[in-house]
Design a protein around this ligand. Structure first.
Ligand SMILES: Cc1cc2nc3c(=O)[nH]c(=O)nc-3n(C[C@H](O)[C@H](O)[C@H](O)COP(=O)(O)OP(=O)(O)OC[C@H]3O[C@@H](n4cnc5c(N)ncnc54)[C@H](O)[C@@H]3O)c2cc1C
Length: 490
């Protein structure tokens, strides 16, 4: 775009993009376009919010995809660098912007930054339009009769359903009139972009697994609705089937909105059977909103036990056990398959996430925050609210959590949800020759079978790092000894 010496005669408006890398159902962009004023699109490389790990890589891909999409429409995504409230206020002033549009954030840093930015802009006489885009419902809109935030999902979900459908989806603007970059603002933009965060070591499979454009997100949604929605209830717990939507990375980067997913799934529910599956799926999408509602009210969700009695849990601090879990070397095939899938692709099936989280916190008695941080580093869908809430759910430390005494048996879970071992064989190749009957418990293979398939227990594949029964007993004992423990876990 050409630089102009003076401000254009009509003031431009500015759209700030953050984790909403799409053109369709983007209320901030749509609102900016409806002003009829020329638009400046901006992204900030902010050290306070920039992420590393797989999610850093993923968000950088999504940002590039958005820049390409804007460029196809004849525009530019302008990159700034620095603390968002400072650099956006400075840029808006220099560019002669009269309104800044953004989609709202609900995490503590995002909220604080946006509050500060709004104050700065308004002081400068620039108005702000913030929009609801990330969730189905704003976190504060669904409250109990007493006016307090819900603490139990089922009651919250009932209230959410009673609100009806979330608002309609906005189309991508048919045409965007881009503003030229005013000369005074030019110096504030980055000419050379910072290098994109690389994929973490070992995660090269993520590149092929996760194509990253808005069209790819829409294709993933369409494929799910057409091919797999009808089996959702029956198959969503089966990692071997792998028929869940796999939309989480796209939702995380905002390559599509939760509203778009909601409407696509609701519209497809044309028969009672589909409607039942759709309802189940939508309730899972509801957990995403519920997580963000929790983070909105509990900003320290990722590090504070919401049930304070767990502050006294005698967590083990064994680097060796933690490393075995992280590397998928625990000797429990379903746990190892999940951890290796995560390591290689940046994603793991939900059922397996629950199993590995239960195993880490209860069988290895390791603080859930270690697991939360490992997931944050390795997941392409790493989300500050969903990850933290789910770890607290699995560890029993959350407000609506699975009670501590519900300890998943990784062998039983494996037999139930990966009955032929297809998922395990994909991720634990050492066990490919194991018969179905023994794939969940390879340590039980007798010497002649081992010879026959060339398997050396402990060498070909680790022996179990803990005894399940013993570890379970210790976990229950530790929990029983917690001061002020609540029996129900709720
Ligand atoms: C320990 C643990 C950590 C997790 N960390 C994350 C995370 O960082 N980011 C993330 O997106 N999900 C997280 N989840 C939730 C869930 O595992 C993933 O959303 C799901 O596996 C994504 O696959 P999918 O899109 O095929 O899911 P589908 O079954 O197709 O569900 C559709 C969408 O609903 C939402 N959803 C489904 N289950 C949950 C749930 N339990 N909690 C919140 N939202 C849900 C997701 O946005 C998902 O994309 C975690 C779960 C556990 C047990």
């Amino acid at each position: 775009m050409s630089a102009e010496k003076t401000h254009p005669s009509v003031s431009p408006v500015l759209v700030l993009f953050r984790d909403d890398f799409r053109l369709a159902d983007h209320p901030a962009l749509f609102g900016a376009c409806t002003t009829g004023q020329p638009v400046l699109c901006v992204y900030v490389h902010d050290p306070e919010t920039t992420r590393g790990g797989a999610i850093g890589w993923w968000l950088a891909q999504a940002c590039t995809a958005l820049a390409d999409a804007l460029s196809e429409k004849g525009g530019t995504l302008h990159h700034l660098s620095g603390h968002t409230p400072d650099v956006v206020a400075e840029f808006a002033q220099a560019a002669g912007v009269d309104t800044v549009f953004w989609n709202r954030r609900y995490d503590p840093t995002g909220k604080a930054q946006d509050t500060a930015l709004k104050a700065r802009l308004e002081q400068q006489g620039i108005s702000v339009q913030s929009c609801a885009a990330r969730l189905l419902h704003e976190p504060w809109t669904i409250r109990t009769g007493a006016g307090t935030p819900y603490r139990v999902f089922t009651a919250w979900w009932k209230a959410a359903r009673a609100m009806g459908n979330p608002g309609r989806c906005l189309p991508a603007p048919r045409q965007i009139t881009f503003s030229p970059l005013p000369a005074d603002a030019r110096a504030l933009t980055l000419r050379t972009l910072p290098p994109a965060p690389p994929l973490p070591a070992g995660a090269s499979a993520a590149e092929a697994d996760w194509p990253c454009t808005e069209a790819d997100a829409q294709d993933t949604l369409t494929t799910f609705v057409e091919d797999n929605l009808a089996h959702y209830i029956q198959e969503h717990d089966r990692p071997d089937k792998d028929t869940t939507s796999r939309l989480s990375p796209y939702l995380r980067a905002g390559l599509l909105s939760a509203r778009q997913v909601w409407h696509a799934v609701s519209t497809a529910a044309t028969t009672p059977a589909l409607a039942e599956n759709a309802e189940k799926f939508l309730s899972e999408l509801g957990w995403r909103d519920f997580a963000w509602m929790q983070l909105f009210y509990e900003p320290d969700l990722a590090w504070r036990n919401l049930r304070p009695e767990f502050d006294h849990m005698p967590w083990q601090k064994s680097p060796a056990l933690l490393a075995a879990w992280q590397q998928g070397q625990t000797g429990y095939p379903l746990v190892d398959a999940g951890m290796r899938q995560l390591y290689a692709t940046g994603w793991m099936h939900n059922r397996v996430r629950m199993v590995v989280a239960s195993f880490l916190t209860k069988h290895l008695l390791t603080d859930w925050r270690e697991g939360e941080q490992w997931f944050q580093a390795r997941l392409v869908d790493a989300d500050p609210a969903q990850n933290a809430m789910n770890w607290q759910w699995c560890a029993g430390t959350g407000i609506d959590a699975s009670p501590w005494f519900r300890i998943f048996n990784p062998v039983g879970q494996s037999e139930k949800f990966d009955p032929t071992g297809a998922y395990i064989r994909t991720w634990v190749p050492e066990l490919r020759q194991m018969p179905d009957k023994l794939i969940h418990t390879p340590w039980k293979a007798d010497a002649s079978l081992c010879r026959q398939i060339g398997f050396t227990p402990g060498r070909s594949y680790p022996n179990p790092i803990v005894d399940l029964k013993l570890a379970r007993g210790i976990a229950l004992e530790c929990w029983k000894n917690l001061p002020d423990r609540k029996e129900s876990g709720r």
